[in-house]
Design a protein around this ligand. Sequence first.
Ligand SMILES: N[C@@H](CCC(=O)N[C@@H](CS)C(=O)NCC(=O)O)C(=O)O
Length: 242
Amino acid sequence: MITLYGFGPFFGLPEASPFVIKAEVQLKMAGLAYTKQIGSREESPKGQLPYIDDGGQRIADSTFIRMHVEKTYGVDLDASLDEHQRAEAWAIERMVEHQLYWMLVHMRWMMQENFDKGPSHFFDSAPDAIRDKLRSDARANVAMALRFAGPARHSLPEIVELGTRSLSSLSMLLGWKPYLMGDEPCGADAMMFAVLSGLLTPFFESPFRDRVLEFSNLVGYVDRMMARYYSGHAWPRLAAAA
Ligand SMILES: N[C@@H](CCC(=O)N[C@@H](CS)C(=O)NCC(=O)O)C(=O)O
């Protein structure tokens, strides 16, 4: 039995981390039984979540988890795609992981109100004496990662401008198809859904959320993926829209 380690549900989402959502949705796509547990970065082979334990073998990083699952269980998450579409899906997934993901991180960690109501609470159960330091150290680390990744070198309007180009491109690529590459979901849908739902959750207000709301096909896509893969989850965007 596979065990997936993540952070748990937060912010109106079934899971705080987009990469854990990606891995979880891909396990669901593969039709594999798994259990999910709260993990810790310290115990992860690569110091990040997600990782899985599959019969004693621990694999970290969502893409290596996917590769392990496909190889070990004879699954192809892109079975419905031709070679050209597979290449497109890979490139789109890289844009989502390496660019849009950082917009989401910026929105959660660098916008004061969102930090206060969101990630700041990750440290609530820490001992009094070290809680504030853990919180500010973690935020400083994320700020540094955002500088290395790029976004934190720009003003907020510039970051939003770049993110909007990617949202617009995702919207154009999706069109009115149910899923990114056609009538059936492929592997890249997992990450596209993970990041878009993270930007869209009404738990946080942000210019990124406002921009996503302008692309009605992306909004419908997130609702469709949520219903398909997390049917038991009360997705607050639908309550907010009602
Ligand atoms: N390339 C990794 C990225 C995973 C990742 O960035 N995980 C974040 C949570 S979304 C994390 O664990 N961050 C903590 C850290 O880097 O210290 C993957 O695909 O799994």
